[in-house]
Design a protein around this ligand. Structure first.
Ligand SMILES: [Zn+2]
Length: 300
């Protein structure tokens, strides 16, 4: 998982959709207040799905949770981060809320966020659908799970006081605080939030995810070494290629960028040592400055 910087599109089509979503939300809230059943318009919230899935969009065609590519390999799914109609905890037990009179009723779901663009995330089938990836003895996939610390919000606006254990990459979090990724592509949770994400999404149970992260880690590590070689050889073309690959990880464009960045971080001490030696060579030769075309300092 990496942090996603997301901004609302500036288009008439988007504004029209948002207006209709607002009307639908108002009606849904009125229906619930009148004791009617929650009925979600599945077509309406999916209308802008291509923006969420697009490789040119803010999610770069990847699953928001595991970073696997979904734009080309599968249709992907549009997940409601806060479940729209049914809420369960980490163990898939239905969440109950307590009324003022002490009576407990099943949580109705975050119906007021069913059409909220910020509550929608593009995901792969494995992350979103329980048991799409079958592992004996384990239940992988988000489904209606929404574990949190403390009290569940049961009315519009109260969700801002919640403390979800699942991480939303579009919110003010830094995923690297919660996970480490090693050279085998294994995700090592560092916090209870990381633990919850690992349990729900089966980050270490799904072989293709591990393989993808391992490849990205190696690519990140090797690209730093290639960059140093290219700098020594004054190979401008190779330098450019290496820089582009580095940036695709830094910008979160490449699949499994978090693993690629972990590989880059692993190679950084070696790069720093080489750079230190280069500065000694410069000093020995009395080279104080170079023309712009001759500067090939790796940006790692
Ligand atoms: Zn996923």
């Amino acid at each position: 998982m990496i942090k996603i910087h997301i901004t609302e599109p500036d288009s008439d089509e988007w504004r029209d959709w948002r207006s209709r979503c607002l009307l639908a939300t108002t009606k849904l809230c009125q229906d619930v207040a009148n004791g009617e059943e929650v009925v979600i318009n599945e077509v309406l919230y999916r209308e802008m799905r291509q923006w969420y899935y697009s490789s040119d969009g803010p999610f770069h065609g990847k699953c928001a949770y595991c970073e696997s590519p979904i734009a080309e390999t599968q249709g992907g799914q549009l997940d409601h981060f806060r479940p729209k109609k049914w809420v369960t905890d980490l163990r898939e037990q239905r969440v109950f809320i307590k009324a003022a009179d002490g009576a407990e009723t099943p949580h109705p779901g975050y119906y007021w966020l069913a059409y909220d663009w910020r509550n929608l995330l593009p995901t792969c089938v494995g992350c979103n659908t329980i048991n799409a990836w079958q592992t004996p003895g384990k239940r992988i996939g988000k489904g209606s799970r929404f574990p949190l610390k403390g009290t569940y919000a049961d009315a519009p606006g109260l969700e801002t006081d919640e403390h979800p254990l699942l991480l939303n990459p579009t919110e003010a979090i830094e995923p690297s605080v919660h996970f480490e990724i090693d050279d085998l592509g294994i995700v090592i949770p560092k916090t209870e939030y990381g633990d919850a994400c690992d349990a729900v999404f089966g980050l270490n149970e799904r072989g293709p995810l591990r393989d993808g992260r391992q490849n990205a880690f190696r690519q990140g590590f090797n690209i730093v070494l290639s960059l140093l070689d290219a700098a020594r050889a004054a190979d401008k073309e190779r330098l450019e290629d290496c820089s582009q690959t580095l940036n695709s990880f830094k910008l979160g464009i490449a699949p499994y960028s978090a693993a690629g960045l972990a590989g880059i971080a692993k190679a950084r001490p070696k790069a720093q040592k080489v750079m230190h030696n280069m500065s000694k060579v410069s000093a020995a030769l009395g080279i104080e400055s170079q023309s712009k075309d001759d500067v090939h300092e790796p940006d790692v």
